[in-house]
Design a protein. Structure first.
Lengths: 622, 118
């Protein structure tokens, strides 16, 4: 019964979407909008209904049967509805609809033709994915055998962050669908100008804020769930979320130029088209399973191919409109050397470069394997080596660019400011190079350039003498400041952090350098969905003692072991202990990894500052 | 049984010749090696039997005074380039390393063409 209701909701949502297309071509715009809103409403209802099916554990629905279990806590029943392929696709379509409806409600006083066509395109995107969902990955598929119990949710996903990480990420990715619709309809309706840029920029920033939060949450989750001590692994799926992020930052900056002087239009259009394409590409990579990744919990190569088809169709169609409708003559204007536009162009160049490095690093092994049967691996070593020198230059440009003037070269008048920011950074670097016993070039340069960006941005903030100026520039200043702090924290983290791996028995001690780790105690407890083997470790260093209690869980549905790490956060560093399950048994021998991770808190806080920058740009928009 | 032996050896090796320098070197090297039986994990991050075997092997080689280079090339010989996260620069990876540099130079040329110097 429930599967029929779910399918009907999706079917009627599709029908009213098609009706909306029909009314658009018949120029009955009031009906067009009404049927569009109805289709969105039906789409939300189907998603809420899916959550309901998960909550009541209706195992006649295949998605529920495969990803849920009646003994699971309520939040994982709810979150489980998007912790699988079908459910996450329904969430995907729902968010396309949410952005469409939000645009509808917030755009009542903009040009009607442009507005209608934007909603029309948003509707088309919704139809494409709804068709895919309905025929190829239907969350309401029925199971005839009528099972009494479900298979349960992957224990690694049973974490409160499952409730918020995927939705944030999706709100980020899919926000760019609206940006794509805005570009296409702007191009067709000749509305692609300054005014378009200042309207659309807000939507780009909204999506960017969500995407940044999504990536941050994913990073935090990986940090405490995987137990490898790190927060970023250059994993293909992480890269897939980083790619649209980088491109959207480039898009925001190129929109600044377009908003100011009505140039850079075709470049902005291209960036917008590819930002959404890359968001989809990320979904494709996660779903297809063509990559060797830690995220391979929800994939199916065949359906991945269909997503690839959809991406190719969307790119092809968008580029077609772009080529037919763009007037390239406005692009011939030259830009003054060292003006603000010039710096923004370099911003775009560097961001595109970073993006291409990530793309090349991710795809090169696949291409090579296809053509030569040679398998190579690309990992952190490649990214760090290639990216580091350019990130340093980028930091310098990022600190200097905002000081520059539009249209003219007034670099000379700012030289004293640049030099003094450089001097301050130099002093700070000298001080911080004094602390460790030995230093390396990456440490020195990384710190110098991030200090430069931080001090230059603080100058910028200090130069704002009126409240209006402070508000207007707050978005940029916070984001830039946060980025400087982020690179600083990453540099310090990678330089100071330490790691020890060892095997240990109860009541034994591991000693190394100046630390002493004692395996003091253990106990076994039972919870509703898992049994837990908890340990107690005492870590002594410089007369300081801390207790860490990592554990191993044995989940019963599905039966799987997971390792739960134990962290003690301090302002300066995290004490982090993970134990592994491969060696427990009668002998009680434990494999342990102990990390001292520096400036992790700094990494989270600076990311938050970057996010606040985006939010304050939305709050104090002109 | 094999695994049991490894853990015993591992346990004793740490207790008897706990050498901090070698241990941190093992970590450094095994971070640059892919765990071949895992999903996108380095040898250092993995607790699989395979990863433990390789870590043990690296440690043994270091204790015998072998250099990093010798260890990497031995592993490469045995398992192929797939195991090296530290992507080498050679004929097969030349584009991987040079393409980004070509791209940024080309981009700079494009910007220069559209810049007026006053």
């Amino acid at each position: 019964m429930t599967n029929i209701i779910g399918n009907l909701l999706i079917f009627f949502s599709l029908s009213s979407s098609f009706a909306s297309v029909y009314f658009y071509f018949k120029k009955k715009f009031s009906l067009f909008l009404k049927s569009y809103l109805l289709s969105c409403l039906l789409c939300f209802s189907s998603f809420l209904f899916l959550i309901y099916c998960f909550v009541i554990s209706d195992f006649s629905i295949s998605a529920v049967y495969q990803n849920s279990h009646s003994t699971k806590p309520l939040i994982y029943k709810i979150a489980g509805s998007w912790g699988n392929h079908e459910g996450s696709m329904l969430l995907f379509v729902c968010i396309i609809a949410i952005y469409g409806s939000l645009f509808f409600y917030s755009s009542k006083n903009i040009e009607t033709n442009f507005r209608n066509l934007t909603i029309f395109f948003q509707n088309i995107l919704k139809i494409i994915f709804l068709l895919y969902l309905f025929f190829l990955s239907n969350p309401f598929d029925y199971i005839f055998s009528n099972p009494t119990e479900g298979l349960g949710l992957n224990p690694i996903l049973q974490d409160p962050l499952l409730l918020i990480h995927p939705p944030f990420l999706y709100f980020g990715y899919i926000g760019f669908s609206l940006v794509l619709s805005l570009v296409l309809s702007g191009l067709i309706k000749n509305f692609f100008d300054k005014e378009w840029a200042s309207l659309s920029k807000n939507w780009v920033i909204v999506s960017w804020v969500f995407l940044t939060i999504g990536i941050l949450l994913g990073s935090i989750w990986a940090y405490y769930e995987l137990g490898w001590g790190g927060y970023w692994f250059w994993d293909p799926v992480e890269n897939a979320s980083l790619m649209p992020w980088i491109l959207s930052v480039a898009l925001i900056h190129s929109m600044l130029i377009m908003e100011k002087n009505n140039t850079f239009k075709s470049w902005t259009a291209l960036l917008a088209i590819f930002t959404f394409s890359l968001s989809l590409f990320g979904t494709f990579l996660v779903r297809s399973g063509i990559l060797n990744s830690v995220h391979t919990f929800a994939n199916d190569p065949e359906r991945g191919l269909f997503i690839l088809g959809i991406i190719i169709f969307i790119i092809f169609f968008s580029l077609l409109i772009f080529i037919l409708k763009t007037n390239f003559t406005d692009e011939k204007k030259n830009v003054v050397f060292l003006s603000k536009e010039n710096f923004l162009m370099y911003n775009n160049l560097f961001l595109i470069f970073f993006l291409l490095v990530v793309i090349i690093g991710t795809l090169y092994p696949i291409v090579l394997a296809t053509f030569s049967n040679e398998n190579i691996s690309v990992g952190p070593f490649y990214y760090n080596t290639i990216l580091a020198p350019f990130v340093f230059i980028f930091l310098f440009l990022m600190g200097t660019g905002p000081m520059m003037k539009w249209y003219k070269n007034e670099f000379k008048s700012k030289v004293s400011l640049i030099v003094s920011a450089g001097l301050i950074s130099l002093i700070l670097v000298l001080v911080s190079s004094y602390i460790p016993k030995k230093i390396n070039i990456i440490y020195v340069l990384g710190l110098f350039f991030s200090f430069y960006l931080i001090s230059a941005t603080i100058y910028e903030i200090a130069l704002c003498n009126t409240l209006i100026k402070i508000k207007q520039n707050l978005g940029r200043n916070l984001s830039h400041l946060g980025f400087g702090l982020l690179i600083m924290s990453i540099t310090l983290n990678s330089f100071f952090s330490k790691e020890y791996n060892f095997m240990i028995n109860l009541n034994e001690k591991f000693t190394s350098d100046d630390i002493e780790i004692l395996f003091e105690d253990f106990k076994i407890t039972k919870q509703s969905n898992f049994d837990q083997f908890s340990t107690k470790f005492k870590i002594s260093k410089d007369k300081e003692t801390i207790i860490l209690r990592p554990s191993i869980r044995k989940y019963n549905q599905p039966e799987q072991l997971t390792s739960e790490i134990s962290i003690k956060n301090t302002l300066l560093k995290d004490f982090y202990l993970a134990i592994n399950y491969s060696s427990i048994g009668e002998r009680r021998l434990i494999g342990a990894r102990y990390y001292e991770n520096f400036f992790i808190l700094g990494i989270w806080i600076s990311s938050l500052i970057i996010i606040f920058g985006g939010v304050s740009r939305l709050v104090f928009r002109k | 049984m094999k695994y049991f032996l490894i853990t015993i050896i591992f346990l004793f090796s740490f207790e008897t010749f706990a050498d901090d320098k070698i241990n941190s070197k093992v970590i450094e090297i095994s971070k640059n090696l892919r765990c071949l039986v895992c999903q996108g994990q380095s040898i250092n991050d993995s607790d699989s039997d395979f990863a433990l075997d390789v870590k043990k092997l690296v440690k043994k080689n270091l204790e015998e005074g072998k250099t990093d280079k010798e260890i990497y090339s031995y592993l490469k010989l045995k398992y192929g380039d797939w195991i090296l996260y530290k992507t080498p620069f050679n004929l097969r990876t030349i584009l991987l390393w040079l393409l980004p540099i070509i791209i940024i130079l080309f981009g700079m040329k494009l910007i220069f063409r559209r810049t007026k110097f006053e």
